[in-house]
Design a protein around this ligand. Structure first.
Ligand code: ZN
Length: 166
């Protein structure tokens, strides 16, 4: 995805800001943050979809009055559809225990069984599925095409890609 579009996402959603560049990571022992190193490894046609996924994630945090702690690991195209890999920062995680007087202590383990995290997982899997209906090149309705490698394309972009293969 072009720099300009990645920056637009980062401006709108703090969790889409990239950290250390590829060079910085290489100099300090190797790549350990693929998203920061390579950005969104897909074409521009999925920009609106990524924007929609991020907006939904942001909304869930807002509704819960929580600050986004999602950390993006990698965003890429694989076998024609989007892969959106992430984990959660551990600031909000861990075990919180409340000792109730005269009763058993109640433990909450955010992460597993956390409604917010479950809703985010649903959004991400919705977005990944949806990418199979959107042209990765231009954003028009598309379907999965079997070319040199599998890609989701509209009729026009498919014709162009098929021409280039000949
Ligand atoms: Zn297209």
């Amino acid at each position: 995805m072009t720099d300009k579009l990645e920056k637009a996402l980062a401006e709108r959603y703090a969790f889409m800001k990239k950290g250390r560049t590829l060079d910085q990571q290489m100099k300090s022992g190797g790549i350990d943050d693929l998203y920061s190193a390579f950005g969104c490894q897909c074409e521009d046609g999925w920009y609106d979809l990524l924007d929609e996924i991020c907006a939904k994630i942001q909304t869930i945090y807002n509704e819960n009055g929580r600050k986004p702690n999602i950390i993006i690991d990698q965003i890429k195209e694989k076998y024609g559809t989007l892969r959106f890999y992430y984990h959660f920062g551990d600031k909000d995680q861990g075990i919180h225990a409340f000792d109730c007087i005269g009763g058993p202590s109640v433990k909450f383990m955010p992460g597993k069984g956390d409604e917010l995290y479950e809703r985010i997982a649903e959004i991400v899997s919705w977005g990944e599925d949806r990418s199979g209906e959107i042209c990765e090149e231009c954003g028009k309705p598309g379907t999965i095409r079997d070319l040199m490698y599998i890609q989701t394309l509209c009729d026009d972009c498919y014709a162009k890609a098929a021409d280039q293969e000949e």
